[in-house]
Design a binder for this molecule. Structure first.
Ligand code: ATP
Ligand code: MG
Length: 565
């Protein structure tokens, strides 16, 4: 972001978003007796992703800010794709983002109430059982400018619909043979009013209600009513539901016996570049083993981001910055990475890790000598203190911190050149040894004893500083470097290609034989660190003592733009 954009963001942060402004207006008008109640309504058919985090932040955030309550409601109306594994992961992810729900509800808890409401509509002549196939029904729908055609079953006797509806639920009717439709208006300009399907038959057992029900309500018939049953005041969702809102209101008007109404308000989705977010596609990646699981650190899922080392603080910052509007667009993944980097920068310890090691030998340093060097844990936070780091004659350094024939502006190790070893001495490179293939196997230098902290030339300045790890004190580690999962900004927009063909073959690079400082011996899964000069890393869940595994959360700087124009 440039300064102007950043100022705009700051300005925006201070002012209310349009949803907050609406809630304040409602409160000022005394609507709903000053009550604020929201809900987050995930369907338990997959893991939550960063898009859901945006919905979570507004649903829970509004309740928090205005002294209300936000409930969690599992929108479990389709047993085909739903599972308790997903329910559990959703609970965990919401807590991780720092929110606590009031109650946990399930749409399936309302199956009886919804059923009774459907019966009421049939009795009032506002719903009928249609025996046509899905294709026939679709064909009769018409277009926004051409009215639809009435189903031949539209005017069947109420008694007949009541009887068939019972059969839809008893198991006598095979899937796909009958549906219940609301009888509204086949010529309505809003297509959702053209006798929408409100119940269908599914014979697969439900993860909570088992085989009690065979007739299941459709989303449009369950969502608004569930809001109503629970007493939701502000029902927030993404823009694609805007066209459903009149139907949402229509059903509630049929149901309500007082002035109370939940009100639906829509905001823009979060769409992230270089990834896919549809649960169907994410499931495909998992099932086809194109990623290692829902928690693969390259996935846009919250469980994947957590494993990768993304922080709730970073995610909140990102969501604050992109804000809530009425216009859909793409959000740049580097803005998310920037927000995560900013958060980690404030909070995590600096350590030394060498990804691609080569040995540096200080030929004038006594063999068998060990010194303790003082290292600042986090220059951004003095309270994090300092630690001792071991220094010896043999050090691991980054292979690309040495060059035998270096260009003029190369300020790292090259014969004749001096560099500062971070927290230690200035050393002067004297040469290297190579194997038969010409690969550098050892680099040589001489140290200047006067340049350590506390010595007369401690503050002598040289152009380059490099990091290092003492060879006898180092630990072996595997480091996993992640990059964008897809090669194009919007994989879903490439209509002629399957999204799987657009995956980045270099999205995971595993480096083994890396060397890290002894301090990391005790590091636990999810612990985050800055590997100085390289980036932010965290400990993977597959890490174990003696076999450390680190994930690169984000590089220190955004190198993507530079590489790719
Ligand atoms: P599906 O593909 O199964 O419909 P979904 O992503 O819509 O999945 P839900 O579980 O139905 O998932 O979503 C729960 C809530 O999260 C909804 O209110 C939805 O509007 C919101 N949501 C889903 N995706 C995004 C997104 N990308 N940005 C913001 N909110 C989202
Ligand atoms: Mg959905």
């Amino acid at each position: 972001m440039n300064v102007e954009e950043n100022n705009a963001v700051e300005e925006n942060r201070k002012s209310l978003n349009f949803i907050e402004a609406m809630v304040e207006k409602d409160l000022a008008a005394g609507r709903n007796d000053g009550r604020v109640q929201t809900r987050f309504p995930p369907e338990p058919n997959g893991y939550l992703h960063i898009g859901h985090a945006k919905a979570i932040c507004i649903d829970f955030g509004i309740a928090q800010k205005y002294g209300g309550v936000c409930n969690l409601r599992f929108d479990d109306t389709n047993p085909v794709k739903e599972d308790v594994e997903y329910v559990d992961s959703i609970l965990e992810d919401i807590k991780w983002l720092g929110y606590q729900w009031g109650n946990v509800y399930y749409a399936s808890d309302y199956f009886q109430q919804l059923w009774d409401f459907a019966l009421k509509l049939i009795r009032e002549g506002k719903a009928y059982v249609d025996e046509q196939s899905a294709e026939e029904i679709a064909r009769q729908k018409g277009t926004p400018t051409v009215p639809g055609t009435h189903s031949p079953f539209r005017d069947r006797p109420i008694e007949e619909s009541l009887e068939l509806f019972e059969k839809m639920n008893s198991g006598e009717i095979p899937e796909g043979k009958m549906v219940l439709r609301a009888k509204i208006d086949m010529a309505a300009s809003n297509m959702h009013f053209r006798d929408p399907i409100i119940y269908r038959v599914i014979h697969i057992p439900h993860h909570r209600t088992g085989t009690t029900w065979k007739a299941y309500p459709m989303y449009d018939f369950a969502h608004g009513q569930s809001d109503y049953f629970e007493g939701v005041t502000h029902s927030l969702c993404t823009l694609e539901f805007e066209v459903h809102r009149p139907l949402y209101d229509w059903f509630i008007d049929q149901l309500a016996d007082s002035d109370y109404r939940p009100r639906q308000t829509e905001f823009n989705r979060l769409n992230l570049t270089y990834t896919v977010m549809s649960k169907r596609k994410l499931l495909q990646l998992v099932q086809e083993k194109l990623v290692s699981g829902w928690d693969d650190p390259r996935m846009p899922t919250l469980t994947g981001m957590r494993r990768r080392g993304f922080t709730p603080g970073g995610i909140h910052n990102f969501i604050d910055r992109i804000g809530y509007t009425k216009y859909d667009g793409m959000n740049d993944i580097s803005l998310l990475e920037h927000a995560v980097r900013e958060d980690l920068n404030k909070r995590v310890m600096r350590v030394s890790g060498v990804i691609d090691p080569v040995k540096l030998v200080l030929t004038n340093y006594p063999e068998n000598q060990t010194e303790e060097m003082e290292a600042i844990n986090n220059p951004e936070d003095e309270s994090m203190g300092t630690r001792k780091v071991m220094f010896t004659r043999e050090l691991w350094i980054e292979r690309d911190d040495f060059m035998e024939d270096a260009p003029k502006k190369y300020f790292r190790l090259t014969p004749g050149n001096e560099v500062r070893l971070k927290n230690a001495y200035i050393v002067k490179c004297t040469g290297c040894r190579k194997d038969e293939q010409g690969n550098v196997t050892e680099v040589y230098a001489e140290y200047d004893p006067q340049t350590k902290s506390g010595m007369p030339e401690a503050s002598r300045r040289v152009k380059g500083t490099i990091h290092w790890v003492s060879v006898p004190h180092s630990l072996n580690a595997e480091v996993r470097l992640y990059d964008r999962l897809f090669m194009v900004e919007d994989p879903s927009a490439e209509k002629e290609k399957d999204f799987r063909e657009l995956m980045n073959p270099e999205s995971l690079i595993v480096k083994s034989g890396c060397k890290v400082e002894a301090y990391l011996k005790e590091a636990k899964p999810l612990d985050s660190f800055q590997f100085q000069r390289i980036g932010y890393f965290n400990v993977d869940k597959e890490s174990a003592e003696g076999n450390l595994v680190f994930n690169r959360t984000v590089a220190l700087k955004d190198s993507w733009k530079k590489q790719n124009g």
